[in-house]
Ligand binder design. Structure first.
Ligand code: ATP
Ligand code: MG
Length: 325
């Protein structure tokens, strides 16, 4: 089975974009591929954070992923900071990366724009991401469109390391979902829905109560001419709803467009489809959240299994780069 890795940052509430673009594909793939899923809490430290909330978010996110159907017996599931090899390989890869390469990353530019307190780790975060991926000899990295550039950087770093120091890493490739690779913000449909970048009304939280979900979708930005057509450039708001709907029910955005004649009807249909997806997830979350000890145990076991594999990769990299092993 092909080895695949997915990471999510516990920076805030998981949203519909995370579910459609990352979590659902990962749950689907755990039966056919050798899947690794980790909570990237070290990455969450690259932006302003509150210690207590980070810990809460990490445990909640782990619980949401299990509620969404992630099976820890099928996928290797753990928290990044509990496996020190991420940090160790990160440093070796920093020594294989040029400052200019990190500085070119679009996400760094976006997240550092008009901020006085940009953390140094925000600049080097894609390098740690390379470490996350290369540690596991992952072959495929399923990500939303926003992460493509970072995975390209991982490929560059791995290729350079192999070339300089001898074959050490598997050079991974990007895979993106065909629908919902970039779910847009409901109130600002030219920007992607994001945990840290969207306003409360722009993102649908996976644990939002049903009436709130409906309200957010009803208030989503559309157009004034009433035309329902899939054209992301010309009609970003309507196209986003079509994309969400298509991803929830299966089908293509252009295909589902034909079922609707007005925005009100489209919004009702979309809300229904989204709620159909969230209801069972939220019910399982309710049950699991009563047993945080179980979730912590799952994560601890995952970290132990991960370490057995990652220690070997770090050893390989250390030997190749020339430190005394
Ligand atoms: P942050 O604002 O903290 O960066 P985020 O919403 O971008 O949060 P990440 O934790 O960075 O979420 O990404 C987790 C996964 O979800 C990645 O695979 C990413 O590509 C995917 N993803 C994030 N946002 C979207 C979106 N709007 N549509 C589809 N996939 C998304
Ligand atoms: Mg992100």
């Amino acid at each position: 089975a092909t080895r695949r890795i997915t990471g999510l940052q516990p920076t805030g509430e998981l949203h519909l974009g995370n579910l459609l673009g990352a979590i659902q594909p990962m749950v689907r793939d755990q039966y056919t591929s050798d899947s690794i899923v980790f909570l990237a809490d070290l990455h969450a430290l690259t932006v302003t954070h509150e210690p207590r909330r980070l810990r809460e978010n990490t445990l909640r996110q782990a619980t949401v992923l299990l509620a969404a159907g992630l099976d820890p017996d099928r996928a290797l599931f753990y928290v990044q900071s509990q496996v020190a090899d991420h940090a160790e390989l990160h440093y070796l890869l920093e020594c294989t990366t040029a400052y200019g390469e990190a500085h070119r990353m679009i996400q760094f530019r976006e997240k550092s724009a008009d901020r006085a307190d940009v953390r140094l780790s925000l600049l080097t975060y894609p390098v740690m991401q390379a470490a996350d991926i290369l540690l596991h000899d992952a072959v495929e990295v399923p990500v939303g469109e926003d992460q493509r550039q970072h995975v390209e950087l991982t490929r560059d770093i791995a290729t350079r390391f192999n070339h300089r120091y001898g074959d050490t890493f598997v050079v991974p490739r990007v895979v993106t979902p065909t629908v919902a690779a970039r779910v847009m913000d409901l109130t600002n449909p030219t920007a992607k829905m994001g945990k840290t970048t969207s306003s409360a009304s722009g993102a649908i939280g996976l644990l939002d109560p049903p009436d709130l979900v409906t309200r957010k979708i009803n208030r989503a930005v559309t157009d004034s001419d009433g035309i329902i057509e899939y054209d992301p450039a010309l009609r970003p708001g309507v196209s986003n709803l079509l994309e969400i709907l298509a991803s929830c029910v299966g089908g293509t955005p252009a295909g589902v467009a034909a079922d609707f004649t007005g925005y009100g009807q489209l919004k009702r249909g979309t809300a229904e489809a989204v709620l159909g997806l969230l209801r069972p997830l939220q019910a399982r979350y309710e049950t699991l959240s009563r047993d945080p000890g179980y979730v912590r145990l799952v994560l601890a076991e995952g970290a132990e299994r991960a370490r057995a594999r990652t220690a070997e990769t770090v050893f390989r990299a250390k030997r190749a780069i020339g430190v005394l092993t």
